[in-house]
Design a protein around this ligand. Structure first.
Ligand code: ADP
Length: 483
C-alpha cells in the first residue's frame, strides 16, 4: 500500500507562488507518486486557491481556529489531492499571501499561520473523518507550528505521525514577539528553549525544527552551510545539535513545464542538437526588451530584487558588463531602491541594458530560451531554480559558489572542460571583483563557439528532473515510518 503523506505549505504552483517553494510543493505530489507515495497538499484558502476549489466538497468544519471558524475543502492540485483551509478571516484578502499589495506584512501573520498549523495538526492526527496519514511534511515557517501543535497539543490518545520539516530558506523564520505565545493555545511547557521559544520571542520555523523527526533542506551544501552563523541566521546551534537528522535533497524541476522542445511560450523550439535555432529566440528577446540585435553575449537575470540575490552588486557591475561587449535583460521584483538603481543603469545604456519590473512567468521562459547566460550572484542560495531552468534551456549559468548553486553547476575549469562535464561558471564571493571577473570570463569563453556549445549541451543533458530527488524523499519517508 502506498504511503500517505500530508504536505503542509503556504504556496504551490499553479495556485499561489512567490518563489521556489511553490515550484517544489507543486511538483512533489507527482514526483512522489512515481515512488509509491501519495501526497495530499494542504494550502491556505487565499482567493486564488478558493477560485480553484469552487465546487469543492466540505470535509470538515472547525468551530474555532484561534478564535475564527474555518472549513476544510477537498479539491485537486495538478490532479493530486488538495485540502484547502477556507478561513475567510485569515486568508480572504487581496494582496500577497503574506502581506498587502504594497508588500507590507500582515500584522496578524502569527495568528494566520498558527491557525493553519493548528488545522494541519488536527488533520495529520486523524481528527478529520476519512483523512489518515502516515507522515506529515511541513515546509518553511508557515507550516512549522503544525509540528509544534502535534508535539504539545494533540488530543489525548491521538496517533501522531512522524514528521519532516523542510527548510527552503533559513532567512525566513516566522519570528514573533513573546506576547503572542499566550494566544497560541499551547501548554506552558512549550515555552522552552527546545520548544517554540526563540531569542525571547516565538519562532515558528524553530518550533517546527525542534519538533520534527527529520529535517531536510534543499541542497547538501546548504545543509552544511546552515551549521555556520553566516547562513544559520541564529539557528545554527539548533542545526548542529540535530546534526545527523539534517540532510540536503536538491530540488528537481518540472520537466513538462520547462522543456525547450514543447514550451508554448517560446518563439522557436530547440534541442541540444539544434542549438542554432536558439537564435530566433534571442532575436525575439532582443526585440521584446528593445535591445540592440547582435551576436555578442546576452546575459539574463530572473530574480527577486533583494540583497540575498546579490542584486545590489549586480547594479555595480553593469557598466563593466556593457564595457566588455555584454548586454543585459533583467526581470525582477522586490526592493524598490534596487529597482530604481537598475532603471538608472538601463537609462545609461540604451540598447544594451533593459529591465522589466514585475512578475511574468511566460517572459521568464522566453528569457531562458533566448539568453546566452543567466547570472545568479546570490549571497546564499538554499537550492535555486533559475540556474536549473538555465541548464535545461542552454542558457549557461554563471553562479556564486554557494548552497544549491555549488551543488548543481559544474564550473568550466580546465579539468571539467577536458572531461566534457562542465555546465557553467562559478565565482567565489559576491562583490564587485569576483562578479565582474566572472562576467569577463563568460564573455571570453563565449567567443570560443565550440566550448560554449559544449557547455550548453552539457547543461541540457544534466538530469534535474524529480526522479532522483523524489526517490530520496520517498526513502526518507519510508525510513521514518518504519522506525
Ligand atoms: P527564490 O525562491 O529564493 O526566489 P528560486 O530560484 O528557488 O529563488 O525560485 C525562484 C522562482 O521564481 C523561479 O521559478 C523563477 O523563475 C521565478 N521568478 C523569480 N522572479 C520572477 C519574476 N520576476 N518573474 C517570473 N518568474 C520569476
Amino acid at each position: 500500500m502506498s504511503l500517505q503523506v500530508l504536505s503542509v505549505a503556504s504556496e504551490a504552483v499553479p495556485l499561489v507562488k512567490t518563489g521556489g517553494l511553490a515550484d517544489v510543493v507543486g511538483a512533489l505530489p507527482a514526483a512522489l507518486d512515481a515512488q509509491g507515495v501519495r501526497v495530499t497538499t494542504l494550502l491556505p484558502g487565499y482567493p486564488s486557491v478558493m477560485a480553484a476549489a469552487k465546487r469543492a466538497k466540505v470535509l470538515h468544519s472547525f468551530d474555532s481556529l484561534l478564535g475564527e471558524p474555518a472549513r476544510l475543502l477537498s479539491a485537486k492540485l495538478n490532479g493530486h489531492p488538495l485540502l484547502v483551509l477556507d478561513a475567510p478571516a485569515y486568508f480572504a484578502r487581496e494582496g500577497g499571501p503574506y502581506g498587502d499589495a504594497s508588500g507590507k506584512d500582515w500584522p496578524d501573520n502569527w495568528r494566520r499561520f498558527a491557525a493553519f498549523g493548528r488545522a494541519a495538526a488536527d488533520i495529520a492526527s486523524g481528527q478529520v473523518k476519512g483523512q489518515t496519514f502516515d507522515l506529515i511534511h511541513a515546509h518553511d515557517w508557515q507550516a512549522g507550528m503544525a509540528l509544534a501543535y502535534l508535539r504539545f497539543a494533540s488530543p489525548k490518545g491521538a496517533a501522531i505521525p512522524p514528521s519532516v520539516m523542510t527548510i527552503h530558506n533559513m532567512a525566513f523564520q516566522g519570528y514573533f514577539p513573546a506576547n503572542v505565545f499566550s494566544k497560541l493555545g499551547l501548554p506552558k511547557k512549550a515555552w522552552a528553549f527546545d520548544g517554540v521559544e526563540s531569542y525571547g520571542g516565538v519562532g515558528f520555523l524553530k518550533a517546527g525544527l525542534e519538533a520534527a523527526n527529520a529535517i531536510t533542506t534543499v541542497s547538501p551544501t546548504y545543509a552544511r552551510e546552515i551549521r555556520e552563523a553566516e547562513f544559520g541566521m541564529g539557528l545554527e546551534g539548533l542545526i548542529q545539535s540535530r546534526g545527523s537528522r539534517v540532510r540536503g535533497i536538491v530540488n528537481g524541476i518540472d520537466t513538462a513545464e520547462w522543456n525547450p522542445v514543447t514550451d508554448p511560450f517560446i518563439a522557436e523550439p530547440f534541442t541540444p542538437t539544434t542549438l542554432a535555432k536558439r537564435t530566433a529566440n534571442k532575436r525575439a528577446l532582443e526585440a521584446e526588451f528593445n535591445l540592440d540585435m547582435d551576436d555578442g553575449p546576452l546575459f539574463i537575470v530572473i530574480s527577486r530584487l533583494t540583497w540575498q540575490k546579490g542584486m545590489d552588486v549586480l547594479v555595480e557591475v553593469i557598466d563593466h558588463l556593457v564595457g566588455i561587449g555584454g548586454r543585459l535583460a533583467l526581470l525582477g521584483s522586490g526592493d524598490a531602491a534596487i529597482a530604481e538603481a537598475m532603471h538608472i543603469a538601463a537609462k545609461r545604456h540604451p540598447g544594451k541594458v533593459s529591465i522589466r519590473i514585475g512578475y511574468d512567468e511566460a517572459l521568464s521562459h522566453r528569457m531562458q530560451a533566448g539568453g546566452d547566460a543567466i547570472l545568479v550572484p546570490s549571497r546564499f542560495e538554499p537550492c535555486g531554480l533559475t540556474q536549473l531552468y538555465g541548464l535545461a534551456y542552454g542558457c549557461v549559468p554563471v553562479v556564486a559558489r554557494t548552497g544549491g548553486l555549488a551543488d548543481t553547476i559544474i564550473d568550466a575549469n580546465l579539468a571539467a572542460v577536458e572531461a566534457g562535464v562542465a555546465t557553467g561558471l562559478h565565482f567565489t564571493g559576491v562583490a564587485f571583483n569576483p562578479l565582474s571577473d566572472a562576467i569577463s570570463r563568460a564573455v571570453h569563453l563565449y567567443q570560443d563557439r565550440d566550448l560554449w556549445t559544449a557547455l550548453q549541451r552539457g547543461g541540457m543533458k544534466a538530469d534535474f528532473s524529480w526522479s532522483r530527488s523524489g526517490a530520496a524523499y520517498a526513502d526518507l519517508f519510508r525510513d521514518l515510518k518504519a522506525k
